[in-house]
Design a protein around this ligand. Sequence first.
Ligand SMILES: Cc1cc2nc3c(=O)[nH]c(=O)nc-3n(C[C@H](O)[C@H](O)[C@H](O)COP(=O)(O)OP(=O)(O)OC[C@H]3O[C@@H](n4cnc5c(N)ncnc54)[C@H](O)[C@@H]3O)c2cc1C
Length: 470
Amino acid sequence: MSKAMVWFRQDLRLSDNPALFEACSQHSHIIPLYILDVKNSAPGSAQAWWLHHSLNALQKSFATKLGLKLILRQGNPLEIILELINSFSIKAVYWNRCYEPRMIERDKKIKARLEKMGIEVRSFNASLLNEPWTIRNKNGDFFKVFTPYWKTARATLFPQPMQEIRTRPIGIEAVSDNILDWKLLPTLNWACQFSHFWTPGEEGAQQKLTEFIDQHLEHYKINRDFPEKNATSRLSAHLHFGELSLQSILRALEPAKNNPLCDLASVEHFLSELGWREFSYYLLYHFPTLPYKNFREDFDAFPWQNDEALLISWQKGMTGYPIIDAGMRELWATGYMHNRVRMIVASFLTKGLFIDWRLGAEWFLDTLVDADLANNSASWQWVAGCGVDAAPYFRIFNPVLQSKKFDPKGIYIRRWVPELHALENDLIHAPWETDNSRAIYTKINYPEPIIQHSEARIQALHYYHQLKKK
Ligand SMILES: Cc1cc2nc3c(=O)[nH]c(=O)nc-3n(C[C@H](O)[C@H](O)[C@H](O)COP(=O)(O)OP(=O)(O)OC[C@H]3O[C@@H](n4cnc5c(N)ncnc54)[C@H](O)[C@@H]3O)c2cc1C
C-alpha cells in the first residue's frame, strides 16, 4: 500500500492531468489537495468568483468519477503539506508545474524540504505546449521576437494520446475546509451576471471548446477582430485555471483539419494565438520582472501623469469615447473584454490619458476572469510600446477609426452603452463629430469626451521622441 498526495494548483481538471494520472498509476491511496495560498497567488476579485465555482465543479467530479474527496485548505502550503504527510504517512507528492516567479520560488523551496525528508516529489507540465526553457534559437539563446519563436515552437506540435486513469485509487479522509468559509464570492452583487456567460470547470471548458470548433473556427481569422461577433473561443479563463489541456485542444482540432472544407488558415491563426500565450509565459519565465518593470529601460523616463479622475472615468466606462466605454463596461459586467477592444482601451489609457500601463494592468488583474500574470503583463507592455517585440511607439490606436472599422454598425457599442442606442450608425462612434452635437448631448445622458484624442496623440509622439533622444 503506497500513499501519495496530488497538489492541485492551475490544473483544475481530472482528464489529461499528468500529475494525477501518474500518481494514480503508481499509488493505491491518493489525497487530492487544493491550497488557497493568498500570500503567493491571491486571486483578483473576478477570479475569486471563478475559483469558487471551479473548485466546486472539481469536488463534484472527484466524488462522482473517482469516488475521492478533494481536500481544501487555506494557508502556508509547506506547513499544510507537512501536516498531511505526517498524519497519513504519505511517501510521495505530485504536482503540475506553475510558471509565475513567486510560485516557482515557493515550489523550489517546498521540493527541497520534502526531498530532504526522503519524500519523493514529482512534477509535470500540464499547462503549456512547450515549457519556457525548451525553446531556444540556433545560438542556444532564448527568443525575444514572437515570429521566429513561434516558427520553432510550432514545429514541435503533435497531438499526444489522452491520459486516462484506469484504476480507481482509494481516498484518504482528511479534514477539509468548507469553501463557503473562504468567502471567495463577492459581497457586492457585481458579479451577478457572470454565470450567464461562464461555466467554470472542466465540463464548461469542454463545452466552450466544442462550441468554438463547431460554430466559430471557420472564418476565425477574419471574424476574431469584430467584438460584436463573439467569434473567439472564450477559453482564456479555462486555460488559466487549467480546466482544459492544450493537448485536448490539439486533438480536437485534428478532425476539423482533416475535413477537406476546413479553413486551415483559421486553424493556424488560432494555434498562433495559443502561441502568444506560450510566448508570454516564455517571457515571464526569462524576465521575471515583466509584471512591473519596463522591458525597454528608456521607458523608465516616460512622464506618466496618472490623473486619478481620468483613471476612474476609464475604469467606469465614462470617458465619452463609445468604444472605450463599451469595452470597460463589458469587462465590469462579464469579467471579460474582447481582445481588439483590450488593445484599444489599453492604448487609450497609456497614450491618451498618459496613465502608467501598470495601473491598467492592475485593474485588469482584478476584474478579468482570465487575469493571467504572463498574458496580462506581456500584452500591456506590448500595447504601451515598452515591451519585448512591442507595438512600435508611434502605433497609437485611434478609438474612433477602430470603432468604425471593427464595430461598423455600432452593435457592440449599443450592447454595452445603452445611452447611445438611438444614435444613427454614422454618429454612434463619435457623437461630437457633427454640427448639431449640442442638441445630441442634451438628449443623451452620456459624457462628452474627457480628452481630445488628436491632441493627446501629438503629445504622446512628442514624449516618445524625447525618450528616443535620451
Ligand atoms: C491589454 C491586454 C491585456 C490582456 N490580458 C490578458 C489576461 O490577463 N489573460 C489572458 O488570458 N489574456 C489576456 N490578453 C490577451 C487576449 O486579449 C485574451 O487572451 C483573449 O481575448 C481571450 O479571449 P479568447 O479566449 O476568446 O481568445 P481566442 O482568440 O480564442 O484565443 C485562444 C487563446 O489564445 C490565448 N491568447 C489569445 N490572444 C492572446 C494574446 N494576445 N496574448 C496571450 N495569449 C493570447 C488565450 O489563452 C486564448 O484563450 C490581454 C490582451 C491585452 C491587449
